[in-house]
Design a binder for this molecule. Structure first.
Ligand code: ZN
Length: 158
């Protein structure tokens, strides 16, 4: 079966940065719903479209095509009093940025009574190479298409 709209693709992956450092590697295969559901990067869908089980690729993406350029407007400083007690460096929370969109902010520094937050993806600003291997392709169920994500062992759990 070929990868196309409304197929569930199971793959293994490895993510390497421009310095050759491995940032992430699948411990077990991961599944996503193919067809523009924002389940994975558009460039990855483009590379896999029309391919079959066994397909492997090394995909080198610019920062813009991966997790975006580093955006300084997503750096925020907020009074510590606005946080629940126990806020720690490395902790994450959801919040709205000045652009009105929701981002995951990471606490990068606590200085005096200020908490510094960074709403960029941890890999923003980095050119990345993805080594991908397709291990399964199947038709998505009607429920998966309705939910806009893959179910099953390697997919989304409710
Ligand atoms: Zn679901």
């Amino acid at each position: 079966m070929k990868i196309g709209k409304d197929t569930v693709v199971t793959m293994t992956y490895k993510v390497v940065n421009a310095q050759g450092k491995t940032l992430d590697q699948s411990q077990e295969p991961t599944a996503y719903l193919h067809g523009g559901y924002d389940n994975t990067l558009p460039k990855i869908e483009e590379a896999l479209d029309g391919q079959e089980v066994g397909f492997t690729t090394q995909l080198s993406l610019s920062a813009a095509d991966a997790f975006g350029e580093f955006d300084e407007t997503l750096l925020k400083s907020i009074p510590k009093s606005e946080f629940p007690p126990g806020v720690k460096v490395g902790g994450q929370l959801r919040g709205r940025a000045d652009d009105g969109r929701e981002h995951v902010f990471t606490v990068v520094k606590i200085k005096g009574d200020k908490v510094m937050l960074d709403g960029n993806h941890p890999w923003a600003g980095q050119a990345l190479t993805f080594a991908l291997k397709v291990v399964e392709v199947r038709a998505a169920s009607a429920e998966e298409v309705t939910h806009r994500h893959a179910h099953g062992a390697h997919g989304h759990h409710h």
